[in-house]
Design a protein around this ligand. Structure first.
Ligand code: AMP
Length: 290
């Protein structure tokens, strides 16, 4: 299929499995990029990475009701499958899996994947059932396709940690590959939800990136106090009237636990609401490599 054309779409798990089995029968490797669609360059960077590593790259496009709570944006979440198919082709995908909800959940599931510990911090405190929904749908996608590798963005850092841990805990035969965050030129992390921002809110949305920079600068200036670094981040968020912050946090990059005395590889994470958009972002800072 030539770049710019649209990638074929399958809607049924049986068709998906048949396409992957045909590739595997020839000794080929299959990669999966799970998404909720409305694809941007961030998603495309995951697809391109998978296309470089595998013989067939499948992009799943599914707005998963299980990971949205009552009152969140499940109904409003932007959808454009035709555009997604073109973007997938540009980036080197071989197939789009866009199942209807009843294909993923033919009956209300009584068996789900429950996340503990990692679910109790950061996003989990604001979205208590979110990661159970994510883990459940990712486990189902892994079961349907059987990918050798699956690609997730560091943009959703806690999600990446949850999926890595799920694959390890459940002995799933999938290599989970983390990919760097793609940003707009002013630092705003690309996100399907950026479409919710009004023209007035769009410049203000760089406050997440600015807050992360303030946290990084505090560590680089020698602070090893989590309280101090978080205060530096929170101050930037508080100074932006268009934003309502949910959290500004510094955690150990591997465990997501909050150390009092900062050391080693850290992750700085922020979340804030701007109008209809709830945005998250994060960066890494390594105290041993400053
Ligand atoms: P979503 O469609 O928002 O569920 O995202 C699908 C995948 O794309 C997830 O693994 C995200 O972490 C990843 N992703 C989203 N935004 C970005 C970005 N700006 N850069 C890199 N990866 C991203």
């Amino acid at each position: 299929m030539s770049a710019g054309a649209a990638v074929a779409v399958v809607r049924r798990a049986a068709e998906l499995r048949a396409a992957a089995d045909a590739v595997r029968a020839q000794g080929g490797a299959v990669g999966l990029v799970p998404t909720m669609g409305y694809l941007h360059e961030g998603h495309q960077s995951l697809v391109a990475r998978s296309a470089a590593d595998n013989d067939l790259t499948v992009v799943s496009v599914f707005v998963n009701p299980l990971q949205f709570a009552e009152g969140e944006d499940y109904g409003a979440y932007p959808r454009d499958l035709d555009r997604d198919r073109r973007r997938c082709a540009e980036a080197g995908a071989g197939l789009v899996f866009a199942p209807p909800t009843e294909e993923m959940y033919p009956q209300a599931p009584v068996t789900t994947v429950a996340v503990q510990g990692l679910n109790a911090v950061l996003e989990g405190r604001f979205r208590p059932s979110h990661f159970d929904g994510v883990a459940t749908v990712v486990a189902k996608l892994f079961a349907m396709l059987g990918p050798g590798r699956a690609y997730f963005g560091e943009k959703d850092y806690q999600q990446l940690a949850v999926v890595r841990r799920m694959a390890a805990d459940l002995s799933l035969p999938v290599e989970v590959v983390g990919c760097p965050t793609r940003r707009e030129s002013d630092g705003l992390a690309m996100s399907s939800r950026n479409v919710y921002l009004t023209a007035d809110q769009r410049p203000a949305a760089t406050v997440l990136w600015r807050s992360l920079q303030a946290g990084r600068e505090a560590v680089e200036a020698g602070s090893r106090s989590a309280d101090e670094v978080e205060a530096a981040m929170a101050e930037v968020l508080a100074a932006e009237p268009a934003a309502s912050p949910d959290y500004a946090a510094v955690v150990d990059a591997a465990t997501l636990e909050r150390p009092d005395a900062l050391a080693g590889a850290l992750r700085l994470l922020v979340a804030a609401r701007l109008g209809r958009a709830r945005l998250i972002d994060n960066i890494g800072v390594d105290c041993d490599r400053l």
